[in-house]
Design a protein around this ligand. Structure first.
Ligand code: ADP
Ligand code: MG
Length: 241
């Protein structure tokens, strides 16, 4: 196993009842790599991310994080951040409190330090002026940027994004993709599920095409988008263009 590999997934299978939704996934992610997962609805993309983050138990196979079996290490939840389609902010907490909550209670950090870092993160995602407002006062794009800041406050080694812009008005998509792109440029290791093909082309080091619980094809963006090999991927690209 290469020392540069931060995540390694081996023959991962997952069933819900009788239905197998992950049918033997093999995927590695290197430090600093941006992997973009594309594929139709119901193909198992969210389930895969949830397994990586230990939000979902799996049926068989294994997932390693820094060469440790994720089922044997407690660090995974803290060190792998996740951002969802629905931002899931705490409604009754301010933006600042949303961001400092886990560092204070999970990491047992000193409050003043977490506030200082949270303000820096808000600046990074471009909404420092919203620190003291409640989530109901935010637009979707602002909410998602708070959710990203909240995940970053745990100082994750890897970020997982599950369709981070799918719930947003089209005009707000850009401000969230801008933040994710900036993270990529800073060298953050990321796995991003998205339907934003322009973003995938521009930011992905590798694009992975999921279909019906398996990885059908993977490669550099220009290979996947300009020279798709499988009929399934060709069909998918035709459908979304
Ligand atoms: P995607 O994110 O690619 O749209 P999902 O991973 O959400 O796909 O879902 C893959 C399949 O697993 C779908 O058929 C979905 O209905 C099913 N599924 C997902 N979560 C559950 C669950 N908690 N219980 C039963 N079936 C589920
Ligand atoms: Mg999904």
């Amino acid at each position: 196993m290469s020392g540069n590999e931060i995540i390694k997934i081996k023959d991962l299978r997952k069933s819900f009842g009788e239905t197998e939704v992950l049918k033997g996934i093999n995927l590695s992610v290197s430090k600093g790599e941006v992997v973009v997962i594309i594929g139709g609805s119901g193909s198992g993309k969210s389930t895969l991310l949830r397994c990586i983050n230990r939000l979902e138990p799996f049926t068989s196979g294994s997932i390693f994080y820094n060469q440790q079996d994720i089922l044997q290490t407690e660090m995974v939840r803290n060190e792998i951040g996740m951002v969802f389609q629905q931002f899931n902010l705490f409604k009754h907490k301010t933006v600042l409190e949303n961001i400092t909550l886990a560092p204070i209670h999970v990491l047992k950090r000193i409050k003043e330090e977490t506030v200082k870092e949270a303000m820096e993160l808000l600046k990074k995602v471009g909404i420092e002026e919203k620190a003291d407002v409640y989530p109901s006062k935010l637009s979707g794009g602002q909410s998602q940027r708070v959710a990203i800041a909240r995940a970053l406050a745990m100082k994750p080694q890897v970020m997982l994004f599950d369709e981070p812009t799918s719930a947003l008005d089209p005009v707000l998509v850009g401000e969230v993709l801008w933040v994710i792109k900036k993270l990529a440029e800073e060298g953050m290791t990321m796995v991003v599920v998205t339907h934003e093909m322009g973003f995938a082309r521009e930011v992905a080091d590798r694009v992975v095409f999921f279909d019906n619980g398996i990885i059908v094809e993977e490669g550099k963006p220009q290979e996947i988008f300009n020279a798709p090999k499988s009929e399934r991927l060709k069909q998918f690209l035709r459908r979304i263009s």
